[in-house]
Design a protein around this ligand. Structure first.
Ligand code: ATR
Length: 273
């Protein structure tokens, strides 16, 4: 039985063990997926202990994604650009590889599960922290016409856009500088929902029939999803699909198989997982 786990702090509420158990059952993989409460002062020690005990792979979550990026020498291009690692693989020689499946998880949920067509669209990404950085490169690779990063602290949005300039049509601004722009898709990558708030966006910036996507999810509609509903968004989505899709991409990296995510998303939505 190959051992995997998710490491974070806190970790008790993580859905990852249930998601990966469902994937393993579905694809008949002999694997065990646990959870590790990481030590904020010794993430490297926790990883070393897991590998020494024969662990094959880890998912890394809050607050360790950036620390995992610092720790690993061998990184995928997308993890390097994101400056964050959410998936760690242990090769047979005990070498650690870091990758990041958050961005591709977001794109797959929107494009495959929900049918959003990215090419030619104008997209607004709200937030300029780790969550936003993690999805930027995959978003630019979809063929969007324009990607605007808007952040409460405008300087951080400008810096992030400058760093990504070579990757595609990206610009940065403050939340209060979205004067006359309208977007086909607005993605919330801020942590404001954790404080029960929605980033304050001018109502006009959602195009008619525009979509709204909150990278976070909760059992009840998030403040940002409520904002979208109140403004008549064509589709209002939370991050549950992204959570399952990023897990499926990690599973693919580890096991070489892509699980069917649809039944797992449905089971989670219905509270059965
Ligand atoms: P994460 O790793 O979750 O992205 P982070 O790196 O601390 O966390 O970034 C948090 C992001 O949420 C930032 O973009 C932050 O805006 P600032 O850079 O201006 O601080 C944004 N954020 C948090 N609370 C917010 C709120 N109430 N309204 C708008 N933006 C908020």
């Amino acid at each position: 039985t190959d051992r995997y786990a998710v490491i974070g702090n806190p970790i008790a509420h993580s859905k990852s063990p249930a998601i990966h158990a469902a994937f393993a059952h579905q694809t008949e993989q002999d694997m065990d997926y646990g959870r590790i409460l990481g030590d904020p002062d010794d993430f490297a020690g926790d990883v070393r202990a897991f590998v020494a005990a024969g662990g094959r792979g880890l998912n890394v979550t809050v607050p360790f994604k950036e620390r995992a990026w610092e720790l690993l020498d061998d990184l995928s291009d997308r993890a390097r650009a994101a400056r964050a690692v959410n998936t760690l693989m242990v090769s047979d020689g005990g070498i650690l590889h870091g990758d990041n499946t958050d961005g591709i998880g977001l794109i797959r949920d929107l494009a495959e599960n929900q049918g959003f067509s990215f090419p030619g669209r104008s997209v607004l990404l709200v937030g300029a922290g780790g969550a936003a950085r993690g999805v930027l490169v995959p978003l630019l690779e979809t063929g969007v016409a324009a990607l605007t990063i808007a952040n409460r602290t405008a300087d951080k949005a400008h810096a992030l856009a400058d760093a990504m300039r070579a990757m595609g049509p990206v610009s940065g601004c403050g939340l209060n500088q979205l004067w006359d722009q309208r977007f086909d898709l607005i993605i919330n990558a801020t942590s404001s929902g954790l404080h029960g708030a929605s980033p304050s966006l001018p109502s006009h910036c959602l195009a008619e029939r525009g979509w709204v996507y909150d990278m976070y999810y909760a059992d009840t509609p998030t403040p940002f999803c409520r904002w979208g509903q109140e403004r008549g968004a064509r589709r209002v989505l939370d991050g549950l699909g992204m959570l399952v899709e990023q897990a499926a991409e990690s599973f693919l990296l580890w096991r070489g198989l892509r699980p069917d995510t649809v039944p797992v998303i449905k089971a989670l939505r219905e509270g059965q997982l």
